[in-house]
Ligand binder design. Structure first.
Ligand SMILES: [Zn+2]
Ligand SMILES: [Zn+2]
Length: 85
């Protein structure tokens, strides 16, 4: 099977079925790249449980609080400025 992220043809791929459909990956790294949401505040991949704030997902409680604070101050500038490199 071919990995849905990198296209690598590998005999030990695995399937992941989720809300966005079914995917085939050759590694967890590829699965994370394709499926893991990014934190709306710091931009890192949310691999753990994360914090769900309605439509928005944060990697941790700290980010959700920091984002709420900066949204109140200057309309979500923090998220754009601190996007991942
Ligand atoms: Zn891959
Ligand atoms: Zn974060």
């Amino acid at each position: 099977m071919r990995c849905d992220t990198c296209g690598n043809d590998y005999d030990k791929t695995f399937r992941v079925t989720g809300p966005r459909g079914e995917f085939v990956f050759d590694s967890f790294e590829c699965a994370i790249q394709k499926l893991a949401p990014t934190c709306a505040h710091c931009g890192c991949r949310v691999i753990g449980h994360g914090v769900d704030a309605g439509e928005t997902i944060y990697c941790c409680e700290h980010c959700s609080r920091a984002a709420a604070k900066s949204a109140a101050g200057h309309a979500g500038q923090g998220a754009a400025r601190r996007a991942r490199h």
